[in-house]
Write a protein that binds this ligand. Structure first.
Ligand code: ZN
Length: 88
């Protein structure tokens, strides 16, 4: 292994992984991944696990646009029930 070519070692990179994932940093562009197939594989595995976790654990807090959709659906329903709008 030509570890001196890498800015960080595998151990250091993997130690930073959770932080980098949490910060939303683009990991695909990380210098270490360009050199290290091992960590690329590890990251791919982690992404697979994260994807599976999203399927297993439903989103507890819906995103903002979902609330907006619900809100506009409620407003539409209200408008249908109470036809008190000023237009014809
Ligand atoms: Zn590595």
């Amino acid at each position: 292994m030509t570890e001196e070519a890498n800015p960080v070692t595998c151990h250091e990179f993997q130690a930073q992984l959770p932080e980098m994932i949490g910060s939303g940093e683009s990991l695909a562009a990380h210098a270490h991944l360009l050199h290290c197939a091992l960590c690329r594989t590890l990251l791919a595995d982690l992404e697979t696990i994260a994807e599976a976790a999203r399927l297993i654990f439903p989103i507890v807090e819906p995103p903002d646009n979902l609330w907006k959709q619900i809100e506009s659906a409620i407003k539409k329903e209200k408008a249908a029930i109470e036809p008190d709008e000023g237009k014809e």
